[in-house]
Structure formats: structure tokens, C-alpha cells
Design a protein around this ligand. Structure first.
Ligand code: TRP
Length: 345
């Protein structure tokens, strides 16, 4: 029997994953994949909560997100990839949990508030978007997750799951597993190439895991550095300089980075040399990821299989939880014979 604790984590398929996803979430997934029973959810229904007008975009992004996860080294023999829309039991759990949160509590969630502002909904917030933390509580509890590794901006969402679990267990008896959040070490949040605090596709300041070497190089050479520095001989600022944030995150040679910071501060290294070095460092990191991606792209059938088999396995796990939840509430169980479900076939 597998006695390992359970991890559930997920991505919204809305486009290619980038370096910020890597430092914020993917790196800890890769590190923990053999120590925990890991489920990775491709949250297409959650992606639709703010992309209802763009379903093709979401559908198209599913395969890319799966490939991004495989490319960074998640082992399909070890982890289970699940497509959210393939597990309708999650929607039923979410429907039940919706009664355990207030509208005011949903509106107070800091993550949701920030995202609503970023997406510019104005007064037209889709109800499904406001309630996505409830659907995410269904994801987390449905898989009986002990641990949820996410980026720090997701912390309030996981906190809301914990409140729902507490409320459910108090009302209906100890049923749901209480999840813990695992946020990566401080400094894991990567700024954008333009120096904004967050790397994000909607801000157009990303370096994607699937970018070609040429695109990466161009992006790095155009990066924001230190606006107060006119000439290479001027003393420069290392703080709030995204080039150094990236070097801290991706350059293994810490002594070399420390030396470069020193030289930057004293005005003896120019932006061009610095950026050339960063481009090399990123290429060393992204090269193997790109190669692995190409290998999987060549085996399309196998990749499809990974998601199909994983989704089936995920569905079995969530169905079990849903039965327990229905039982705890005392919902009448109407047994539908398998024959009817499969339409006699
Ligand atoms: N909301 C998460 C994000 O935007 C994605 C997600 C969906 C998720 N379901 C999840 C994360 C369950 C952790 C657990 O990144």
C-alpha cells in the first residue's frame, strides 16, 4: 500500500508556463514528486472562469501546460496528471461547498481581489470567477491532499479551503482532510523582464519555458535594469534589478554572482556583459527543458495517454471522496446500475 502523503497542485491552462511559474511552483513539484503521491490538475474549468469567451484558447493550452510540466522533469511514471473537466465529481463537491462560504467572504479574498483588478472586470465579475476558491477547495479536498505547493499569491485561496474544511467537518463530522500550504522560500517570486514585481502573461513580461534560444536572448538583452545608470562606469543598483533576481534564481555559481554584484555596484561591469552572462545561464537551464519537450512532442500518442489514464485515476479518487461527503451530509444514495450509466453498451 502507498502510505505516502498526498500532494495536489494545479495550473490554469491559459498559455505557456514561464520562469515565474518555475520558481513559484514547478520547482517544488519536481523536488517532491517521489516523496509524495502527487496529482497535478490541469484546471481547465477554472481557466474558463475568466475566459468564457475564449474556450478554444483554453482547450489549446491544455497540451502545452502538460508538456511544460513534463519538460521540467515531472515523471509521468510517478505523478498523476488530471484534466479537471474530466472529473465532474469535482463540480458536485464545489456545489456543496458553496453553501459553506458567504458572499462577503468570497469578496474579501485578497488573491481574488487582486486578480479582479488585474483582469479589469469592473462591475462585471463572473460569479464563477468570484467562486473559484470554492471550486479549488473541491480540487484540494477531492484528492484528499495533505500538502498544496503553490506560489505565495495563492496562499489566501488555500486558507479559504482550510476554512471550508473546518466548517464542513464541524457541521457534518470529521470527513475532509485538512490541507497544509507549502509556499516556496522567500525570493521565489520572479519579477518581470520589465522590472514589474510579477512575471505574468497579461503584463507581457515573461520568459516562457518553451521560448526558443533566440527569443530568450532578445528578451534578456532588452531587459529592464537600473534606470538611474547612464554609463557602464556609473555605480549601479543591484536591488530591484531583475537581471540580478534572475541570476539569484538560476545561476548555480553563487560566488560569481556575488562578484558581479560587487562590480555592478562599483561601476566596473556594463549591462551588456551582465545580460550576456544571464542569457548563457538561462540557456543552460532552458536547454535541457527544451530537449525533453521535443522528445515528448514526438510521442504525441503517449502524452495523450498520460492525461487520459491520469484523469481516470483521478476520477476514481475524487468519486470516493464524494461518496464520503454525501454520506456525511446524509444525502440519499440512489444507486444507478452501471448498465444504465453506460447506456446499455
Ligand atoms: N489557482 C491555481 C493558480 O492559479 C491553479 C489551481 C487550480 C490549483 N486548482 C488547484 C492550485 C488546486 C493548487 C491546487 O495557479
Amino acid at each position: 500500500m502507498d502510505t505516502r502523503k498526498v500532494i495536489l497542485t494545479g495550473d490554469r491552462p491559459t498559455g505557456p508556463l514561464h520562469l515565474g511559474h518555475y520558481t513559484g511552483a514547478l520547482a517544488s513539484r519536481v523536488r517532491l514528486q517521489y516523496d509524495y503521491r502527487t496529482y497535478i490538475l490541469i484546471a481547465d474549468l477554472q481557466a474558463l472562469t475568466d475566459n468564457a469567451q475564449r474556450p478554444e484558447m483554453v482547450a489549446r493550452a491544455i497540451k502545452g501546460v502538460l508538456l511544460d510540466n513534463l519538460a521540467v522533469g515531472l515523471d509521468p511514471e510517478a505523478v498523476t496528471f488530471v484534466l479537471q473537466s474530466g472529473v465532474p465529481e469535482l463540480a458536485e463537491l464545489a456545489q456543496i461547498y458553496l453553501n459553506l462560504v458567504t458572499l462577503a467572504r468570497l469578496e474579501r479574498n485578497p488573491t481574488v481581489k487582486d486578480e479582479m483588478r488585474e483582469k479589469g472586470f469592473g462591475a462585471d465579475v463572473p460569479a464563477g470567477f468570484l467562486a473559484y476558491p470554492v471550486s479549488q477547495a473541491a480540487d484540494i479536498t477531492g484528492f484528499k491532499a495533505d500538502l498544496v505547493p503553490v506560489g505565495e499569491d495563492q496562499a489566501p485561496v488555500i486558507e479559504q479551503t482550510r476554512e471550508i474544511v473546518r466548517r464542513f467537518n464541524r457541521l457534518y463530522g470529521e470527513t475532509l482532510v485538512m490541507p497544509e500550504i507549502l509556499v516556496p522560500r522567500v525570493g521565489a517570486r520572479l519579477p518581470g523582464t520589465d522590472g514589474q514585481a510579477k512575471m505574468s502573461a497579461s503584463l507581457g513580461n515573461t520568459i516562457n519555458l518553451s521560448d526558443t534560444p533566440e527569443v530568450v536572448r532578445e528578451n534578456v538583452m532588452a531587459m529592464y535594469t537600473d534606470p538611474t545608470r547612464i554609463r557602464a562606469t556609473d555605480p549601479g543598483h543591484v536591488e530591484d534589478n531583475p537581471v540580478f533576481a534572475y541570476l539569484d534564481a538560476f545561476d548555480e555559481d553563487k560566488a560569481l554572482v556575488a562578484g558581479m554584484k560587487e562590480r555592478y555596484r562599483s561601476g566596473t561591469v556594463g549591462d551588456v556583459e551582465l545580460k550576456r552572462h544571464l542569457a548563457e545561464v538561462l540557456e543552460r537551464f532552458l536547454g535541457p527543458i527544451r530537449q525533453r519537450r521535443v522528445r515528448y512532442e514526438r510521442r504525441a500518442e503517449e502524452v495523450r495517454e498520460i492525461l487520459e489514464v491520469g484523469t481516470e485515476r483521478g476520477r476514481a479518487a475524487v468519486s470516493e471522496t464524494l461518496e464520503e461527503v454525501r454520506g456525511a451530509i446524509g444525502l440519499p444514495m440512489v444507486r444507478v446500475r452501471r448498465k444504465l450509466l453506460t447506456n446499455g453498451g
